[in-house]
Ligand binder design. Structure first.
Ligand SMILES: [Zn+2]
Length: 424
């Protein structure tokens, strides 16, 4: 199969260039300055407005299967990822049953293959059995089954001794531990960020100190063991500062934030908007700006979605009873492009944070736009305006504070496994 991309802006690790690309039999066979003959091609892309990126990977997704298929299943979740422009997703273990043994891991991988959707599913194994925080999983067994990291995401591992052992064992397999960093006694029963707005709404707050203490403890234990730590969904100014400090000291730490934390603030929950109820909660403007600075100076390595689908019944209820989380796979690209439009990141930074870094953290081969490399590409129309609604979203759920809002930019094509897919 011959695929030709002419006149595109290509984002490579060495810069951004106007180039023409020939793909033959799944491989990038030629990158040239002059247009490539379109004769005999089975698929041609020729649009000077498009941006060609190495394929995107979302390293923090909840696909809900097994156990919560009424919110999302592997097929609808992968479809949502595909239309969001991703070639791969790493999926969290808080399913039912929890992904704490090889049977569940095998099931997820097989189910993903059966769907035929061109998105690779990389399971993340639990740290503790049933996410109980007490009994470590058989890391070797899970690793052989195909997990790429370990995390009890959704919960922190409150027992510091268990967390220490987790770092030590994961280190022997050269695998990262992904920490949901939260001092859970402090955040217990909290609904939104603690502050003026929680007071105003009469809702129990989640103090920022819950995240700050969580991050500090997790970094300190990682330092004790020398293990690789990745901090999930950083949302506070002090959290960013702590990670910056430990990085400077040489700790092997990486971290991620999500578009909601650099786009929205706690004001989004005014009017008891349950779609904006997430954990960690949306924070203050000062935090939002600190997260942006962390992205800009490289303290924050990755942008991940924390895609957390919920049924409408779990959101159309009293605020206290509503579930935490929002979907995010399909709004990722436009919200990240906003950082480029604001001059905070450039296209190369986006390629780092959405492709190269997440692949490297999970020890996966990162796609390269280079002759002789496999063709795994995300191709974006940065100008396309669209509205987030039930018709445009492919996830089974629509719980997002961006519902009915207009966004700019969308993945238009994905190239994977030698095939080109047109997304709109
Ligand atoms: Zn999560």
């Amino acid at each position: 199969m011959k695929i030709v991309i002419n006149n595109a802006t290509v984002v490579t690790s060495s810069g951004v260039f106007r180039k023409n690309i020939l793909i033959k039999d799944c491989v990038i066979s030629k990158i040239s300055d002059s247009p490539i003959s379109e004769r005999g091609a089975s698929f041609v892309i020729n649009d000077k407005d498009l941006l060609v990126f190495p394929g995107f990977l979302d390293m923090h997704t909840h696909l809900r299967e097994p156990g919560f298929e009424y919110k999302e299943d592997i097929e609808t979740g992968l479809r949502s990822a595909h239309y969001g422009g991703f070639i791969g997703v790493a999926v969290m273990a808080n399913t039912n049953p929890v992904n704490d043994c090889s049977t569940v891991t095998h099931f997820m991988i097989c189910r993903a293959k059966e769907t035929g959707i061109p998105v690779d599913l990389y399971p993340i194994g639990a740290i503790t059995k049933g996410l109980n925080g007490e009994t470590l999983v058989e890391m070797g067994e899970l690793r052989s089954a195909g997990v790429v990291a370990f995390s009890d995401d959704g919960k922190s591992v409150t027992n510091s001794e268990i967390l220490r052992r987790a770092f030590e064992y994961a280190e022997t397999f050269n695998m990262p531990v992904i920490c949901h960093s939260e001092e859970s006694y402090l955040s217990k029963d909290g609904q939104i960020n603690e502050g003026e707005i929680s007071l105003l709404l009469g809702l129990k707050g989640i103090p920022r100190e819950a995240e700050i203490l969580g991050i500090y403890r997790d970094l300190t234990i990682a330092k004790l063991t020398g293990g690789a730590i990745h901090i999930a969904h950083v949302s506070t100014k002090e959290g960013v500062e702590l990670i910056r400090k430990f990085k400077k000291e040489g700790l092997s730490v990486t971290c991620e934030t999500c578009p909601q934390y650099f786009t929205l603030t706690e004001k989004e929950v005014l009017g008891y908007n349950t779609f904006a109820k997430i954990n960690p909660p949306l924070r203050t403007e000062e935090d939002r700006l600190a997260v942006i600075e962390g992205l800009r100076d490289g303290t924050i390595d990755v942008i991940a979605s924390d895609h957390a689908p919920h049924h409408l019944d779990e959101k159309n209820c009293e605020f206290q009873n509503a579930s935490f989380g929002m979907i995010g796979l399909e709004t990722m690209v436009p919200l990240c492009l906003e950082l480029v439009r604001m001059g905070i990141l450039d296209f190369k930074d986006l390629a780092e944070k959405l492709s190269r870094r997440p692949h490297r953290i999970l020890n996966l081969n990162s796609p390269k736009i280079k002759e002789g490399e496999p063709a795994n590409l995300t191709i974006i129309d940065p100008h396309f305006e669209w509205e987030v609604n039930e018709k445009t979203i492919h996830s089974k759920s629509i719980n997002t504070p961006f519902l009915n809002k207009k966004l700019q930019g969308k993945a238009k094509y994905v190239i994977k496994g030698g095939e080109a897919f047109e997304l709109f």
